[in-house]
Structures are given as structure tokens and as C-alpha cells.
Design a protein around this ligand. Structure first.
Ligand SMILES: *Cc1c(COP(=O)(O)O)cnc(C)c1O
Length: 442
């Protein structure tokens, strides 16, 4: 967490209306830098961010699409792996060399190993961003059989001896726990110089705050943001933007049947159950890593109090959010959940009414946006569209009756060769596999 929140006055926010998206990202990031540190200057940073977004299919990087008088969809999926994770990951890869070596002695340090757990999209985004830009090995863990085939193929068909895909015979929560355990292994860290790119990486959130700024600048007024949520990262980026001065009506977390975040925000019941597989696999998560950050803020940054609550959660898998903390959270946050059939119906209805195909994650957001409307919420509602519909062709075709077309860059995706290993959820087996790969590569 940043020690202090940078502040963007109204005039600075409005000025973003005329900026390309890459400049908004550079502005947001620079506000977190300490100029006394070895950080890129304004021009170098702006150039790096321009480079990051050259890989996107859309000139504006993110597209705000109006569906009706007051409902907008913010398309975040025009990057190389067709999900919003690209927005932060492409930028993060450009920053990595600075973080690794400082500006002066680039290339001199030990080779890094980047570990990532993925619920389906982070892994592909990390590979696309890092495989060719950074001199590092990339190891991605995904839950076997619990992601879509397009998601898997995007990850496993990128050629490169520095990329390893490991399918774990368990849930995403277990993949995430294993990665945390690997980070906690001093011997492995010493050998491989481990680095992380999951949404616990603060830089990703600082980058993602940019599209909340961009939306405000475009609309010229505050809105309610509905955010399809898994790890609570994307919506926490909205919170960060709000803390930095962005006018926001509400931040609404939208979840599927894995509804821990909805229960926590609506009633304080933060208890994890078994993960259920849904048509929105990137949100099949029961332990939302970034929710801890919100608790920290809502507790007035009382780390002792937070540690006690999180220790209880780790021990029992369930806590109830204290009343004063819940009241603080509910001032800005609201939530809702969507079942599989509600999600399918929304995909079908949006296609029929608006001639517009949405993916299941976005559809969950739109179900919850409609719930907000029927509760009497007024003002603009912006639903974040987190994935391209073609990343989930079976689910979309089943609901809407039409198959979404893959963008040109993936026309031959199903002819490409895949590379992956299947391992048990056992940290010893995994670390010996990793060390072995390392030895083979030399
Ligand atoms: C990762 C992901 C989400 C959830 O984002 P969090 O930051 O984990 O809350 C939602 N939709 C898609 C398509 C994703 O890839």
C-alpha cells in the first residue's frame, strides 16, 4: 500500500479528457514515484507507456461504449490476450527493467523468475507482456480443466524456452496459495530471484486506476462503476482512484455464485466456501486477496487490528466484518451477485436489444448494474467489460445462439502447438520441477 495517497485536483482530472490513455497511465504512475528514487522521468515514462499500448487493437486502448441513456460499458479487452489484465501487464513489463536494475546498470543483475497464479487471464497476459520484453523466466500456474479452452491456448501456445505453464489439479485459490508458499521459500528465492505479477502487485492497481480517471474525464461527471470481481483487484483500483480525488457515486462489486465478496459487503459475512466452477472462471475465487487492503483502509490503517482479523480468517476461513468497518465500507461500496442462468439471459438480451455480444464476466456486471437500477440508483452506470466474448465462445454461443469471432491475431489459435505440465498441488513437487527445468535450461 502507498504510505500516502497522491491527490489529483479537479482541474487535473478534467485535463485528462484531452490526453491519450497512455499519458493518463503515466500521470497516475508518476504520482506514486518518489522523485529522489531512480525512476524514469516524465518523458521516458510517457514513451514507455505509449510503447506498452501499441500492442492493443483499439487506438484509444480502452473504449467507452454507450448502451442506453445512462448505461455505459467500458471495454478493457482490446489487448493481446483479450482481457483487461493486459492493460496493467503490458505497462508493468515496460517498467520491469527499471525496477530490476535501475536506470544505469541495465542487464547486469541476476536472471529473474516471474511466478503467477492465474484464474485464466493473468497468466496469458503475463506471458504476452514479459516473454519477449524482459530477460526472465515465467512460470504460470492455472487450475487444470477450470479455464476456457481459448484462455488455456492463449497461455500455452506462446513459443519460448523461458515460459512454463503448470496445470494444478485443484482450484485457483490453491494455485495462489502455492505461489505464496514458493515466494516464502528462501532457498528457492535465492536461486531464482522470484518476482510476482499478481494483483497483489501494487503497480498493477496504480495503472488500472487510470481507466477510472479516463471515464470521468470523458463523461465529465461522476458515475457508479460496476466491476466484475474475483480477487478484488480491479475494483480496488477504483477505490485508489477515489482516494486520489476522483468523484465516484458508488463502486459496485459484481460476483458469480462464488459470492464471498458480495456477502462481505452486504452483510459482513466474510467466509469462504468451496469454489464452484461457473461460466465466468476468472471470478471463481473464494479468497479475494485485495479485500484485505480495503479492510486496512476501513480500519483507519490500524495494522494491529487488521492482523488480528486476518489471523482469525486464516485459522477458521470465516470472520464477520466488524460493524464500524462495515459501515465505513458501505459508504462507498455496494455489491450484487448473478447466477449462471441470469448471466446467460443477460448475454442473450444484450445481443437481442443492442446487437452487442458480451462475455460472461461482463454479463455478470450488467446483471448487477440492472439490480442497481431497480434499487433506484440514478446517474450514469459504467460496467467494466473485462474480457472479449471470443475468449468464452462456448458460453456465449450457448446463451446468445451466435459464436463470437476471434480477433485476427488468433485466427490460427486452434492449430498452434500447446506446451504444459500437469502437477499435483504439492509445493515440494512443484519446486523440484521448477529447479529441474532451470537446470535443463542452464
Ligand atoms: C481477473 C478477471 C476478473 C476479476 O478481476 P479481479 O481484479 O481479480 O477482481 C474479472 N473478469 C475477468 C475476465 C478477469 O480476467
Amino acid at each position: 500500500m502507498p504510505a500516502a495517497w497522491p491527490q489529483f485536483p479537479e482541474a487535473k482530472l478534467r485535463a485528462m479528457a484531452d490526453m491519450p490513455f497512455s499519458d493518463i497511465v503515466a500521470t497516475s504512475l508518476a504520482s506514486f514515484f518518489d522523485p529522489d528514487d531512480d525512476v524514469p522521468d516524465g518523458q521516458a515514462l510517457a514513451a514507455a507507456m505509449r510503447k506498452a499500448y501499441e500492442s492493443f487493437d483499439a487506438d484509444e486502448t480502452v473504449i467507452l461504449r454507450q448502451l442506453d441513456e445512462s448505461h455505459y460499458v467500458l471495454e478493457l479487452f482490446h489487448g493481446p490476450t483479450l482481457a483487461f489484465k493486459d492493460v496493467a501487464m503490458q505497462a508493468l513489463a515496460q517498467l520491469y527493467p527499471w525496477a530490476q536494475d535501475g536506470l544505469t546498470d541495465a542487464g547486469s543483475s541476476r536472471r529473474k523468475t516471474i511466478l503467477a497464479a492465474t484464474s485464466g487471464d493473468t497468466g496469458g497476459a503475463a506471458i504476452a507482456a514479459f516473454a519477449n520484453t524482459v530477460d526472465a523466466d515465467i512460470i504460470v500456474f492455472h487450475p487444470k480443466g477450470r479455464i476456457s479452452e481459448v484462455q488455456r491456448r492463449i497461455m500455452t501456445t506462446t513459443p519460448g524456452s523461458n515460459i512454463s505453464n503448470i496445470a494444478i489439479d485443484d482450484s485457483f485459490d490453491v494455485c495462489q496459495r502455492l505461489v505464496k508458499e514458493l515466494f516464502g521459500d528462501p532457498a528457492l528465492n535465492e536461486k531464482l530471484d522470484l518476482g510476482g505479477v499478481n494483483s497483489i502487485n501494487w503497480v498493477r492497481l496504480a495503472i488500472q486506476a487510470s481507466y477510472y480517471f479516463a471515464t470521468y474525464a470523458r463523461l465529465g461527471k461522476a458515475s457508479t462503476f460496476v466491476v466484475p470481481t474475483g480477487n478484488f483487484g480491479d475494483i480496488f483500483a477504483g477505490y485508489a482512484a477515489w482516494r486520489m480525488g476522483l468523484p465516484v457515486l458508488k463502486l459496485v462489486a459484481a460476483v458469480n455464485e462464488n459470492d464471498i465478496v458480495h456477502r462481505a459487503i452486504s452483510s459482513g459475512d466474510y467466509s469462504s466456501g468451496a469454489v464452484r466452477a461457473t461460466s465466468a472462471p476468472s471470478m471463481d475465487i473464494q479468497i479475494a486477496s485485495n479485500f484485505e487492503r480495503l479492510l486496512f483502509e476501513a480500519m483507519g490503517r490500524d495494522a494491529t487490528r487488521l492482523r488480528k482479523v486476518m489471523t482469525d480468517f486464516a485459522a477458521s476461513g470465516a470472520i464477520s466484518v466488524p460493524a464500524d468497518v462495515l459501515t465505513a465500507i458501505q459508504k462507498l461500496f455496494s455489491s450484487g451477485s448473478a447466477t449462471g442462468s441470469m448471466t446467460d439471459k443477460m448475454i442473450e438480451q444484450t445481443w437481442r436489444r443492442h446487437d452487442y455480444l458480451i462475455d460472461p464476466h461482463t454479463a455478470i456486471g450488467m446483471v448487477v448494474a440492472e439490480q442497481q437500477r431497480s434499487k433506484g440508483v440514478t446517474g450514469p452506470i459504467v460496467t467494466l467489460s473485462t474480457a472479449h466474448p471470443a475468449k468464452f465462445p462456448e458460453a456465449v454461443a450457448r446463451a446468445a445462439g451466435v459464436e463470437p469471432a476471434l480477433p485476427d491475431r488468433y485466427a490460427d489459435l486452434f492449430d498452434r502447438e500447446e506446451s504444459l505440465a500437469v502437477l499435483p498441488a504439492d509445493v515440494r513437487a512443484i519446486s523440484s520441477y521448477i529447479l529441474n527445468c532451470q537446470a535443463v535450461r542452464g
